[in-house]
Design a protein around this ligand. Structure first.
Ligand code: HEC
Length: 153
């Protein structure tokens, strides 16, 4: 009994450490993406609605891609990368924004930069926005390790 308890404890600690490690990697990518976004995208995509907007705000872009791709982070990120390299009105998720602002000019940055930006757009919960989909995603991410617990008995 004691032994089992100890083994379970060790498993839990390992799990926490692993979860912490991967969370840090994501955090790093997301914060890199945030700075790239502010450098490359924010000239047009602001955080808020406002006067003289040149493009839809970041949270609106996130919302449309989230509605389409849900929790499929890989597909979400790929769609953003592909779009930025060559915006194709036929693939647009925001046709109303094209009518309002005209189609976005291509921004052929290195894939790695665009992917970091896309990771930021996926993970950010754009402060002040109450975003139920994001909350659900965080909740299921937090619950995930339980099912991957190695069987110690
Ligand atoms: C020169 C202004 C400008 C810059 C800079 C810009 N965008 Fe855009 N973007 C737009 C406009 C205008 C739209 C809305 C019309 C459209 O969808 O093409 C848009 C729309 C988008 C969309 C939604 C496309 C759709 O309809 O599915 C994504 C995704 C996007 N931008 C990503 C980015 C990323 C990532 C960057 C930075 C690497 C960026 N944009 C930089 C002008 C810009």
């Amino acid at each position: 009994m004691r032994r089992t308890t100890k083994a379970l404890l060790l498993a839990a600690i390992n799990l926490l450490a692993a979860a912490h490690g991967s969370a840090n990697e994501t955090d790093e990518l997301v914060s890199l993406g945030k700075s790239k976004f502010e450098l490359m995208c924010m000239a047009c995509h602001k955080y808020e609605h406002g006067p003289n907007m040149l493009a839809p705000p970041a949270f609106a872009v996130q919302m449309h891609y989230e509605n389409r791709y849900g929790e499929d982070e890989k597909a979400f990120r790929k769609a953003i990368v592909d779009w930025a390299k060559s915006p194709d009105p036929k693939k647009a998720l925001m046709p109303g924004a094209i009518r309002k602002f005209k189609v976005m000019p291509p921004l052929p940055l290195p894939d790695a930069d665009l992917d970091a930006i896309a990771a930021y757009l996926y993970h950010s919960n754009f402060e002040g926005e109450c975003d139920p989909a994001e909350m659900e995603r965080n909740r299921s991410a937090a619950l995930q390790p339980a099912s991957t617990l190695p069987d110690q008995n």
